[in-house]
Design a protein around this ligand. Structure first.
Ligand SMILES: Nc1ncnc2c1ncn2[C@@H]1O[C@H](COP(=O)(O)OP(=O)(O)OP(=O)(O)O)[C@@H](O)[C@H]1O
Length: 617
């Protein structure tokens, strides 16, 4: 994947004429945006650097972070840029380039940091080193001796309900160390395992005459609510076995699921600093964070600073999913980097207990990158997965109208009758997911199309003169602490007599608002795959963009299809399916190599897999 933008015309806002020729050429070729160039030239001017090669390196480091990487490997920059010859960019010779960067006043001043061929902006270098150091320190932290009697009494209670051998291994592991990275695809029992680990940890604390305080958190409100509900459900299942089990579960308490930002203590004056930090740690003895694939480097750094060193930390997630919107690929890096660590903190769950067989087969084929197998499953005539081949706008329109209008009508009908619970519950039955926000394959377009179909449908009788209408499905896009609604939560606008009310589903149930008070919501007849992370629906329709879309990656496709519990419908072309499978969204970071070097007790992070960049396989 070349990751270039195509200037619309000579006045494209991403184009600039200010700056050294090398940078403006890289800008004109679509490699650097005007802001990359401006930041590099401005920082260069402030730091006394005029060498265009060094400024190009700095601009590429800025670009890397903008695109989700933490650093850039200069030696590979030319190859991964994929610029055509005609771009006329005179790439510096790598060895001389690295030497110039090393000798630059920007490096001497600490603005740029080079390490084993990886070039970082100082902030990201500090964050990465901090995450690595905090994690490795945590892994060396001793844990209280295990009380054998309490363990023998509690293990049968959590085994009885259900616990596979790999889950039991993970649970025992969580008991024996401060930090556990629990990985697995959807339905592999991560929450089940977390709930059981909580029961064991609470029993151990009980044997020491203590009580545990548990925090459950996730990057989005929806994921936090799901975590809370799933843990509560599992605990209730264990408790139902009898008085001894109920007593063991009672020790865990009833932990609330909260967003990670809320757990850490959001501050109105600062978006990357929190009330809880190294000087004001979280009081909890056990901190569980789910959907960690969505946690960016900055947030992981703040989390590790805030958790007491002796507290238990369980980081759960699926490293195959899309990485965080912000820079870093932390969960994946932890899994790869800690693989060889003597404390063996990574516990992988592989058996899927929930999904339908063909959805599992599709997810497996995607994980291993076998495009033929993906297409075979999609075309197998299964009742669970299906490829609706649609190449032209008319074919896509027909395919989506068939699947998206009926759910929208059902939501509208419930909302008109004031049945808020039913209307919101409908949203879990079907989700239409797009890769893009804009354009013919984008969320904005399909939200408008569904609204248009509703307006045309006599059953819906929708008047589209205002943005608020009964049956408008809502997706919360940002945390609003004043209203207590959180990113990822969903809701519906419902008629209440003569007025409209917005009902949002949060961890405490439905909350009702005057629609005008909500300014962090968007319409959700369709949503992006990114925004659907951390949620699931019974049926999912995935609209694939054109095969040459820069957003189309295996991770994106995998994340989309694994949102489905019972049925996945993929709308697109064979070429798009193949392009998705062939394209990896790999980010350049040094964390894997850093962690692996830490595990080997060396400072050498020149591991072969550090500083990877996006590639089309
Ligand atoms: N060992 C097991 N035997 C039978 N059923 C199990 C087992 N482990 C988990 N399950 C069931 O499988 C389903 C999925 O488990 P769980 O919700 O814990 O998975 P998960 O990995 O957290 O999924 P997701 O990330 O998609 O929420 C649940 O219904 C759970 O009760």
């Amino acid at each position: 994947m070349t990751e270039l933008f195509e200037p619309a015309d000579a006045r494209d806002w991403r184009l600039t004429t200010a700056g050294p020729d090398l940078l403006t050429r890289a800008n004109a070729a679509g490699l650097l945006t005007s802001s990359d160039v401006h930041v590099a030239t401005r920082v260069g001017a402030l730091g006394g650097e005029t060498d265009p090669a060094v400024l190009l390196a700095l601009a590429l480091a800025v670009r890397a972070v903008r695109r989700g990487s933490v650093c850039v490997r200069l030696a590979e920059a030319q190859a991964s840029a994929g610029l055509p010859e005609e771009a006329g960019l005179a790439w510096p010779e790598p060895a001389a380039w690295e030497a110039a960067v090393a000798a630059s006043p920007l490096t001497l001043a600490g603005v740029l940091r080079s390490e084993h061929g990886l070039l970082y902006l100082d902030r990201y270098h500090r964050l990465e080193r901090g995450v690595c150091r905090d994690l490795l320190t945590r892994l060396d932290e001793p844990v209280p001796e295990i009380d054998g009697v309490a363990l023998e009494v509690t293990l049968p209670l959590i085994r009885d309900e259900h616990l596979s051998p790999e889950q039991e291994m993970a649970v025992r592991g969580a008991l024996g160390r401060t930090t556990t990275v629990l990985t697995g695809g959807p339905g592999t029992g991560k929450t089940t395992t977390v709930a059981r680990a909580l029961v064991l940890l609470a029993a151990q604390a009980g044997a020491r005459g203590e009580r545990v305080s548990v925090a459950l958190a996730a990057p989005t409100g929806k994921a936090a609510t799901r975590l809370q509900e799933a843990v509560a459900g599992e605990l209730a299942g264990i408790a139902a076995q009898g008085p001894a089990a109920a007593a063991a579960v009672e020790r865990v308490g009833q932990p609330q699921g909260v967003t990670l930002h809320r757990l850490l203590g959001w501050r109105p004056d600062n978006s990357t600093r929190f009330r809880h930090d190294r000087t004001n740690r979280l009081k909890h003895d056990v901190v569980v964070v789910d959907e960690c694939s969505m946690v960016e480097l900055t947030l992981m750094s703040r989390l590790l600073e805030a958790v007491r060193p002796e507290a238990r930390l369980i980081l759960a997630g699926d490293p195959q999913q899309l990485t965080s919107v912000g820079a870093g690929a932390v969960l994946k890096d932890l899994v790869d980097g800690l693989e060889q660590h003597p404390a063996a903190p990574v516990a992988g769950l592989t058996r899927n207990f929930r999904s339908e067989e063909d959805i599992k087969a599709l997810a497996t084929a995607l994980r291993v990158g076998d495009a033929d197998a993906v297409l075979d499953v999609l075309r197998s005539g299964s009742t669970q997965v299906q490829l609706v081949e649609a190449a032209t706008p008319e074919e896509v329109e027909a395919a989506l109208r068939e699947v998206a209008l009926a759910p929208a009508l059902a939501v509208r009908a419930a909302a008109l009758e004031g049945r808020a619970g039913d209307a919101v519950a409908q949203l879990d039955l079907h989700r239409l997911l797009c890769a893009h926000r804009e354009g013919p394959f984008g969320v904005r377009h399909w939200n408008q199309r569904v609204e248009g179909w509703l307006a045309e449908d006599p059953a819906a009788a929708l008047d589209l003169r205002g943005p608020w209408y009964a049956g408008r499905p809502l997706l919360v896009t940002r945390n609003d602490y004043a209203l207590d609604v959180y990113n990822g939560e969903v809701g519906v606008v419902v008629r209440d007599g003569t007025r409209l009310r917005a009902h949002i589903a949060g961890s405490g149930g439905l909350q009702e608002f005057a629609p005008g008070r909500l300014d962090t919501v968007e319409t959700m007849h369709a949503s992006t795959i990114h925004k659907a992370q951390g949620s699931q629906a019974s049926q999912v329709t995935v609209l694939l963009p054109d095969a040459d879309s820069q957003l189309l990656t295996r991770e994106l496709f995998y994340t989309a299809v694994t949102r489905a519990q019972h049925h996945v419908r993929v709308v697109g072309t064979e070429a798009a399916v193949r392009a998705a499978v062939a394209t990896r969204a790999v980010r350049a970071t040094g964390l894997t190599a850093r962690l692996a070097a830490g595990a080997r007790h060396t400072d050498d992070i020149s591991g072969a897999d550090s500083g990877r960049s996006a590639q089309r396989g």
